[in-house]
Design a protein around this ligand. Sequence first.
Ligand SMILES: [Zn+2]
Ligand SMILES: [Zn+2]
Length: 368
Amino acid sequence: MAKQWTRRQVLAQMGIAAAAVHTLDPHELCCAVPASAETADKDLFELRKVADGVYAAVAAARYKVNSNAAVIVTDDGVVVVDSHSKPSAARALYTEIQGITKKPVRKIVNTHFHWDHWQGNEVYKAANPGLEIVASQRTQENLTRADAGVGGVPYIEKQLGALPGEIDKLKDDARRATDPTTKARIEANLEQAEAYLSELKQLRPTLPTRTVSTTVTLREQGREIQLHLLGRGHTDGDLYVYLPKEKVVATGDALIDWMPFLNDGYPEEWVQTLSALEKLDFTHIIPGHGEVVPKAHLTFFRGYLTDLIAAVKKAAGEGATLEEMQKKVGDQLAPRYEQGMSKYPLGRYRDRIGLNVEMVYRKVVKKA
Ligand SMILES: [Zn+2]
Ligand SMILES: [Zn+2]
């Protein structure tokens, strides 16, 4: 049985004080959702067949967000792309996978280092000690870097520090809520937050065992799986999982059916990276969040990033303050993007436009 590291052992190895208490700035929260957001209590995800032996596990809207996963069945095992945000969710998917095939999960691919894409790794490792976990070299580094952003081992400590305060606020919001529907929703979210906290305390960080720094082809039994590194975008280590025969690509959060999260991203390079992705021949995208989408979604998503950057640059050039920019750009891009970027209860246009404008202003205009 392979040794499983506890969170504190990993932190100790990294020389990070496990006791450090950290309050999370809302900017650090990739997937912060309003207290009364409409989230699901029960079903964690729905499994959709995308091609023969290829499935998308499309995550339900949860208060503590889960990423989608891609499930690729080969002749002698299973490859899973991304592992949700917590072991219980990964376990639920693992059980579902076993309903499709009794073959072992041999490989996990982590598309990037964000918390909601790798914190379930331990479940697959426990089921198969020989499991290979593949990520880009940069993602591997980010997973243990203290200042990497919203993911990795140090970020677990940050979440543990911040969650009690978040839970207190939800309790307070629930007490204040007058409308019974809102109250019930906040209480359901409170329950999810409390369950997440207790899971996070037990989490055993399970890190990649194999890294790639250029595009590689995995010749799994009966299946060709290409791992593409196309440049910086959502993070500096994004990996795209491409099945050339089935014409399917799993993109992590570099391409999602929500508003993008830019805090750890590179907006201008992201546009170029998506253009590099576009050159691959595929028909279906399994995005990091939201439903499976056709290739045309790439054009829409990239168009949003391009227009956002142009609008922020223009408004900044005209001397607008950040607050003015957030309002102006938000209204200006709404006719083209609000509807298409607000399909789900989470990650909607109005939830994120202000922060997106701020990030482009900081990263592109101010080059912070
Ligand atoms: Zn995500
Ligand atoms: Zn992400």
